[in-house]
Ligand binder design. Structure first.
Ligand SMILES: Nc1ncnc2c1ncn2[C@@H]1O[C@H](COP(=O)(O)OP(=O)(O)OP(=O)(O)O)[C@@H](O)[C@H]1O
Length: 498
């Protein structure tokens, strides 16, 4: 369009080939800038954002809401990428066009170009003004969407529990209500956008066209051809207005998503986990010195010290809520002590209370701990965890597909696969948090036998409630009121705690 308008002005004036040439060059430059900026690293940028989010989760430990993180790593990342790659590029390009046009108008009348430039500057100011007005509505819509994603994720994660409790219907109603709140928030955002767009579009179009017409008509220095060319060109000044609509859809939601992602990353970097310190020259497998820890303003462990020799099996017991799992998490580096020090001779592996298996095959789940493991390595680890025979009897063996959290196998089998994974990792300090609490007696016997079979090349530290398990331990430590009591033998334990 710019080409034909400039052409018109030039042809009418005669000898305007220079203008046409400029028009051609600058129009193509604008298109190239737009294409290059938009295309640059589209997918790379999105995966970079996702990578930062996931990296922050991995380095700083568990999150309060998995759903919210999934929402950040999917929808929000997409929106932030759309803002940074597609939208910013388009805005730059759409601002280039009017500047070029002003340059061309400037060759005919510097005064008109300057006045129109002044009007153009108002556009970003107007956008900023409206952004402030609408940002609350936009954040509300983002929050509603995040709440919806988190609610779905939580409901799906606890589906079987909800069904067992007969609460599925109620939760389904709650999800519907959360969905409705999300719909209303989106509608509010759209309504606000439409209104602002209408006002801005109409006002700006009218202002530019009337001002240009007035300036052209009141100028005596312009030829008829120039006057027509300037009037035509002024239409191109409205190009940024086409971006205003996109600004409120892509820009505002992108900025909201960016705020959410940066806020999450800032929070995570504050909570950044410090890996437990490793000292291969240390004699003890685990040494804890004058360690204190608490959640918020509540102290859980106070000035505790502990040394565990390589090859020892230590049972950690105590009443519910005394801090057994917390102590194990501190040994694994999942929590940071408030004061004091935890030092391990080498990195540890964990077997959690509830099985932690991914969707994938049994082999996939083992190779997570050691990607280069051969089939023979995997069978050896499964033998040691006393689950190999059962897996051999499964039609697909190592290729048996597991659902989320080990769906498709029994809790006891899942727990022993989890133990096999700790074994195949080659780590010789194994932290077990009540590995037998959710399994039947037969599975418990198998797990305990597997622990006995591990031999003295592994140091085992196990939180447990079960007295049967304690017989397999060399030492028992009781956590009580923030302190530790070491019972050197099982007899001592029975003597004091029966
Ligand atoms: N993430 C957390 N935020 C705040 N408080 C927590 C958190 N995790 C645990 N606690 C509290 O810290 C205390 C110790 O918890 P911990 O899970 O370590 O106890 P435990 O001895 O392992 O209990 P149980 O035998 O019931 O598993 C409890 O009072 C618990 O409520």
């Amino acid at each position: 369009m710019s080409l034909s308008i400039m052409g018109a002005g030039a042809v009418i004036d005669g000898g305007g080939s220079e203008l046409i040439l400029w028009g051609v060059i600058l129009t193509f430059t604008t298109i190239m800038i737009r294409t290059m900026v938009v295309a640059r690293g589209h997918i790379a940028e999105e995966s970079r954002i996702r990578h930062r989010i996931i990296d922050a989760v991995f380095t700083s430990g568990p999150v309060d809401s998995t759903g919210a993180v999934v929402s950040l790593a999917t929808e929000s990342s997409e929106k932030m990428m759309a803002l940074r790659v597609g939208f910013v590029g388009q805005v730059v390009a759409s601002l280039t066009a009017p500047l070029v046009v002003l340059g061309v108008i400037g060759t005919m009348s510097g005064r008109i170009a300057l006045i129109l430039l002044g009007m153009l500057v108002i556009v970003p100011l107007l956008i900023c003004g409206f952004r402030k007005i609408i940002s609350t509505v936009s954040s509300g819509s983002q929050d509603a969407r995040k709440a919806l994603a988190a609610a779905y994720m939580d409901a799906l994660k606890s589906l079987s529990t909800l069904q067992l409790l007969g609460a599925a219907g109620r939760i389904s109603d709650q999800l519907a209500a959360t969905g409705e709140r999300n719909r209303q928030a989106v509608m509010r955002l759209l309504k606000g956008n439409q209104l602002i767009l209408f006002v801005m579009d109409a006002a700006f179009y009218l202002a530019v066209v009337t001002t240009t017409a007035y300036l052209v008509l009141s100028s005596t220095a312009l030829t008829t051809g120039q006057a027509i060319a300037i009037m035509g060109l002024s239409i191109l000044l409205l190009e940024p207005m086409d971006q205003v609509g996109a600004f409120f859809y892509v820009g505002m939601s992108g900025l909201g998503a960016q705020r959410g992602i940066f806020g999450f990353l800032r929070g995570r970097s504050k909570a950044r986990r410090r890996d437990v310190s490793i000292d291969p020259h240390q004699e003890a497998a685990v040494s804890i010195t004058d360690l204190s820890f608490g959640y918020d303003d509540r102290d859980v462990l106070s000035h505790i010290s502990l040394t565990i020799a390589p090859g020892e099996r230590v049972g950690i017991i105590g009443r519910s809520g005394q801090g057994k799992s917390t102590l194990l998490a501190l040994m694994g580096g999942d929590l940071i002590p408030r004061s004091g020090q935890v030092t391990l001779r080498e990195a540890s592996a964990s077997v959690a209370q509830t099985t932690w298996l991914f969707t994938g095959t049994i082999a996939d789940n083992l190779r997570i701990a050691r990607p280069e493991a051969t089939e023979a390595d995997m069978w050896a680890a499964l033998e040691r965890a006393r689950v190999a025979d059962e897996i051999r009897r499964m039609p697909s063996g190592l290729d048996t597909q597991l659902g989320e959290q080990g769906l498709g196998i029994s809790g006891g089998q899942a727990q022993r696969i989890s133990l096999a994974r700790a074994i195949i990792s080659g780590r010789r300090i194994i932290l077990l948090d009540e590995p037998t609490s959710h399994v039947d007696l037969a599975s418990e016997r198998e797990i305990l036998a597997a622990i006995d079979d591990l031999g003295r090349d592994h140091t085992l530290i196990m939180v447990t409630h079960r007295t049967t398990t304690l017989r397999h331990m060399d030492h028992i430590i009781t956590v009580n009121n923030g302190t530790l009591t070491a019972d050197n033998t099982l007899a001592e334990h029975h003597g004091t705690h029966r």
